[in-house]
Ligand binder design. Structure first.
Ligand SMILES: [Zn+2]
Length: 472
């Protein structure tokens, strides 16, 4: 029973697929904006911000919350510059002048890398047990605001909000050492806000093979290490065989181990172009168990699927992350049985279905991210992916392949494009219309709504005499 609870937590840990919040501005160079110098000196870390203008507030583009619902920055950052304060307004962290006036142009922050997980974004730091630390570059990206109050009105979807034209450049350096970036060890590296990535400090060395470069925590439980080394290349190969070559360079995989924390079993991950970050934690996964093994394979399959559904084609806005999260979930559910006999596909899909029913009762799925019900995008995303799979002759990879090949020049698939492709496959526009209703409003009786979708699309299911909707 306890173990079942632990693994439920695992499923909620979630992950982030790639998304550049501020799109590259083609042609025109962005104004100077923010320059940040990040330095590790011995055990100490500093970030020196230099702002190009006297704004009343600077807001951090990446302001995800921790699983407790709070901001991670106050747990990690100490502001050394007098008269400057870190505040949370709406969905964002910001720096403001304590007296309400303009912010100083130079601000020094001392920090302890935050090694916990965050929701719907990249973990700010991956902390390895040999003292190595990988920092996510975009945690320092900021843009100016006309007032601190303006942050309260910023939507989750910054792309559509017209953020001020401002760029952030971050220079990473280790005193007396080198950092590792994009597979190379360099004295220092400057990363622009158009290309978020992890920069590795410390002694960890990548293990380079034909399929990938891997930085794996030396304390990571041996069974997880073995699974990763075997399954990542195998799954990437199998996906490539049906979906085409993954975009970008040979992937780098960074895997950290946060220790055997009591009462915990957690795997979380995120994907950036050519990069997978994974974080494992807890006594519940220290030794191999059948459940842990299956979940571990499913987790790797989900993250690897994001190289295609998430990178080869991206969603248009965070309200559409059901396309990539539900899609990666279903690709993973179809992948695991190919590498591990006996995987219980039916019970995994049943969990997704049951969760979708719960999370769409009387509320729209698209805006679940605003209610901190991210799970809705995974669970209902799978339900919709099952519909697309059935409409595509039983092959979800065929549907994904078309999403990729018909993505257009922006590299994105929007909800409208996804539904239009479903119409082409199903020849029944009432299906996409009803998915649209679930996305916007949910349903008073979600089970009946999903049953009707499954019936029209011919998704294999049954209804028990008590009326329970069952996957077959
Ligand atoms: Zn994901």
């Amino acid at each position: 029973m306890k173990r079942a609870t632990l693994y439920l937590l695992l499923m909620l840990a979630g992950c982030a697929s790639p998304r550049t919040v501020q799109e590259p501005h083609a042609g025109a160079a962005k104004p100077a904006g923010v320059l940040v110098n990040v330095l590790r000196k011995g055990e100490g870390w500093t970030a020196d911000f230099r702002f190009d203008r006297a704004a009343p507030a600077w807001v951090f583009v990446r302001s995800p919350i921790t699983p407790d619902g709070g901001s991670w920055r106050p747990q990690s950052w100490t502001i050394e510059t007098p008269g400057v304060r870190l505040e949370r307004r709406g969905r964002y962290d910001l720096l403001v002048a304590a007296d309400g006036g303009p912010m100083p142009r130079r601000v020094r922050i001392r920090f302890r890398p935050y090694g916990g997980t965050v929701a719907t974004s990249y973990d700010p730091a991956l902390i390895f047990s040999d003292g190595s630390v990988a920092l996510f570059s975009e945690q320092f990206d900021a843009f100016p605001l006309s007032s601190a109050d303006a942050a309260g009105a910023l939507p989750a979807d910054l792309n559509r909000a017209g953020v001020p034209d401002s760029r952030t450049r971050v220079r990473f350096r280790e005193a007396g050492g080198a950092v590792l970036h994009a597979g190379r060890r360099v004295g220092s590296v400057t990363v622009d806000d158009d290309s978020g990535s992890y920069v590795l400090f410390g002694p960890a060395k990548p293990i380079v093979s034909d399929a990938m470069a891997a930085v794996i925590d030396p304390q990571l439980p041996a069974w997880i290490r073995a699974t990763l080394q075997r399954s990542v290349p195998e799954m990437l190969g199998r996906y490539a065989a049906v979906l085409g070559p993954p975009p970008g360079p040979k992937p780098t995989v960074m895997v950290s181990w946060a220790g055997p924390t009591k009462g915990t079993a957690s795997m979380s991950g995120s994907v950036l172009p050519g990069f997978i970050a994974m974080r494992y934690e807890g006594e519940g996964i220290q030794t191999e168990s059948p459940r842990g093994r299956e979940f571990g394979l499913w987790f790797i399959a989900h993250e690897a699927a994001h190289f295609w559904l998430g990178q080869a084609v991206r969603y248009g806005s965070p309200y559409e992350s059901w396309i990539t999260e539900g899609g990666a979930d279903l690709l993973a559910v179809r992948m695991v049985p190919q590498v591990h006999a006996g995987y219980d596909v039916r019970s995994k899909l049943q969990t997704e279905l049951d969760d979708c029913v719960k999370l769409s009762a009387g509320r729209g799925i698209a805006k679940a991210i605003e209610r901190n019900e991210l799970r809705a995008h995974y669970a209902c995303g799978v339900v919709f992916a099952l519909v697309a799979e059935a409409a595509s002759g039983g092959s979800f990879s065929k549907f994904v392949q078309r999403l990729i090949s018909e993505k257009g020049t922006d590299g994105e698939v929007t909800r409208a494009e996804w539904l239009a492709l479903l119409d082409e496959s199903s020849k029944d526009p009432s299906i996409s219309r009803d998915i649209g209703r679930l996305l916007d409003h949910g349903a008073t009786d979600p089970k009946a709504a999903i049953l009707s979708l499954f019936a029209r699309a011919s998704v294999r299911h049954s209804v028990s005499p008590e009326g329970a909707l069952r996957m077959l």
